[in-house]
Design a protein around this ligand. Structure first.
Ligand code: 5GP
Length: 186
């Protein structure tokens, strides 16, 4: 799809599971009134403690049907589940924040060369594992996410993602906001 007026800024936030992307994204859209969070579709089941609005939770059939209609600007299969970014309204002028994986970021960059790609990493694998288990992932699922995170880290470097380590939440928000403000000046 193409945007009619000046293209809105697309900001892609990627990073391994448990790194705190969700909290960062919430803080960014709260403080930056020119940025709105895109709500992805997923076939994954909702975690018991998860906000029902975190995703549009759909069946595989509904996802594939929407995909056939060209309803996603990118999509990917992650650990057996489908995730996709719905096409934004072409008339929007505010920036859009996408919390998606690196494979999705690659598709966005291919179609929207002006997109800003940011990779948020955990201070260490040990800390990442601790956060994953704390939020309810099984040991096995946590290990899968850690391995996937390793692969994504390498791919993100190749794609030229800007990188930030989420050690201190407020500091990380500040750094990402600076990346966004700098991009808006271009
Ligand atoms: P989770 O199951 O932890 O919510 O998400 C798993 C992975 O899918 C995360 O890396 C998350 O950023 C990514 N993800 C969430 N929504 C989308 C989307 O719409 N598209 C793509 N490509 N990845 C997504």
């Amino acid at each position: 799809m193409t945007f009619t007026n000046r293209e809105p800024l697309l900001v892609v936030l990627s990073g391994p599971g448990g790194v705190g992307k969700g909290v960062l994204a919430e803080k960014l859209v709260t403080q930056d009134k020119d940025l709105e969070l895109s709500r992805s579709w997923t076939t994954r089941l909702r975690r018991s403690d998860e906000d029902p609005q975190a995703y549009k939770f759909v069946s595989r059939d509904d996802f594939l049907h929407h995909q056939d209609l060209g309803g996603f600007i990118e999509w990917n299969e992650f650990l057996g589940e489908l995730y996709g970014t719905p096409a934004p309204d072409p008339s929007v002028s505010h920036g859009i924040l996408l919390e998606i994986d690196v494979a999705g970021g690659k598709q966005i960059k291919e179609n929207y060369s002006d997109a800003l790609l940011i990779f948020v990493d955990a201070p260490s694998v040990k800390e990442q594992r601790r956060r994953l288990i704390e939020r309810g992932d099984s040991e096995e699922r946590a290990e899968e996410r850690i391995i996937e995170g390793e692969r994504e880290r390498t791919e993100a470097e190749v794609l030229g993602y800007l990188k930030v380590i989420n050690d201190d939440l407020d500091e990380t928000v500040k750094i990402i906001q600076e990346f966004i403000d700098d991009k808006r000046l271009i």
